[in-house]
Design a protein around this ligand. Structure first.
Ligand code: SF4
Length: 392
């Protein structure tokens, strides 16, 4: 997770941002696989039916106690659609009582006035609602007519109730053009947080990087996000912009700063190096609906163990698993261009899932890196992203 606004705000502040003092990882917990939607890009391959073998309430409480004792302080409750979990509110009440920061990641369509009362009582610290574009695009992605209007209703209800609510947008080749519209919507609706998730796209490997439309779109989208956020900083606004699933974003920000804020580069570079990029298996963890632990949500086809058989804390500390050993190693045992990249200390080698999916080797270079060889120091010239208008 790359907290863009935190870094850009820090450039205007005399002291560097203090990283949150987290003892344990942020745990994204997919409590339930059931969902009322069947979105195109769903990593949980959900459906509107009950799935077998999900954790019972007692099991969930026992896991939560272990997480708490282990020092985990942030829980993001997700799904499927977490509002379809029949015990969501007892679960969130227990989490709040234990002192967790509790986020809810929802498609928003089930939030109506009646549900809002329960959500408000639950005192979630943050509610992220996904939008994939404007009405037509969102409904097509979500494969349901009316999903956009329902999600927007949920967003407005939460906002008007004084809850901290944000937009979650998964960037794909099919919706990139609507990013400006969504940023406009964020402005018009007075939303305080924007999370851009990169689709975990494995692409076709680095040979096509310069011509790859998806990579070019990513560069354009990130530039737009940087500019929007920097404008906020200059205007003294405190909206949050965060990205996920592509840690090359930190490097791309540094290259952007070289062009636009050259005097800020040394400070920014020091902050980004302290961040260190990809945190899967270290500061990010995932528990799925059946209790399997994964290094993050993109590793659903790789289980580290089940919380019904061993406590999360034991699974997370166990380095006998070669993937966990490598993820926790500093620096990671990267190969290919990631090993030679001059920015690997900032990016951390990015998504190991993409490398694994494309090559079967989790330490191979990340095919989702959208930076050119020149930019990462394989040769000398620095290129800039083409405007989206030139890409069609
Ligand atoms: S080459 Fe690898 S380490 Fe370097 S920026 Fe790209 S993904 Fe990150």
């Amino acid at each position: 997770m790359f907290r863009l606004s935190r870094y850009l705000h820090a450039l205007q502040s005399p002291s560097p941002p203090q990283p949150p003092a987290l003892r344990g990882p942020v745990v994204i917990w997919n409590l339930v696989r059931r969902c009322n939607l069947t979105c195109k890009h769903c990593y949980a391959t959900s459906a509107d039916k009950d799935f077998p073998n999900e954790l019972s309430l007692d099991q969930i409480f026992a896991v939560m106690d272990d997480l708490h004792a282990y020092g985990v302080s942030v829980l993001i409750l997700s799904g499927g659609e977490p509002l379809l979990h029949p015990q969501l509110f007892p679960i969130s009440a227990r989490a709040k009582a234990l002192g967790f920061y509790v986020g809810l990641s929802t498609n928003g369509t089930l939030i109506d006035a009646a549900k809002l009362a329960e959500i408000r009582n639950a005192r979630f610290d943050y509610i992220g609602i996904s939008l994939d574009g404007l009405r037509e695009t969102h409904d097509r992605f979500r494969r349901r007519q009316g999903a956009f209007d329902e999600a927007l209703r949920g967003l407005r209800l939460c906002r008007d109730a004084g809850l901290k609510v944000g937009l979650r947008f998964t960037l794909t080749q099919d919706n990139a053009r609507e990013l400006p519209d969504l940023l406009q919507l964020m402005e018009a609706e007075g939303i305080e947080k924007f999370y851009l998730s990169h689709l975990n796209y494995a692409g076709r490997g680095y040979k096509n990087r310069r011509d790859d439309l998806q990579h070019q779109q990513t560069r354009w989208a990130m530039n737009l996000l940087f500019e929007t956020c920097w404008q906020d900083v200059q205007q003294g606004r405190k909206r949050e912009f965060v990205t996920g699933n592509n840690d090359a974003d930190g490097v791309w920000l540094l290259l952007w700063a070289r062009r636009h804020l050259p005097e800020a580069v040394p400070k920014l570079q020091a902050m980004l190096t302290r961040w260190g990029g990809n945190a899967s298996g270290v500061q990010i963890a995932n528990i799925d609906n059946e209790g399997r632990v994964h290094p993050d949500t993109m590793w659903w086809d790789y289980s580290l163990g089940k919380v019904t058989e061993r406590p999360f804390s034991a699974i997370w500390e166990d380095r006998s698993d070669p993937l966990m050993a490598g993820l926790k190693q500093r620096p990671r045992p990267l190969e290919g261009r990631c090993a030679r990249c001059r920015y690997r200390a900032i990016c951390g080698g990015n998504s190991r899932t993409r490398a694994w999916r494309l090559t079967g080797n989790p330490w191979a270079e990340d095919p989702g890196c959208y930076l050119t060889d020149e930019e990462i120091g394989v040769s000398s010239s620095i290129s800039t992203a083409a405007p989206l208008s030139e890409l069609s």
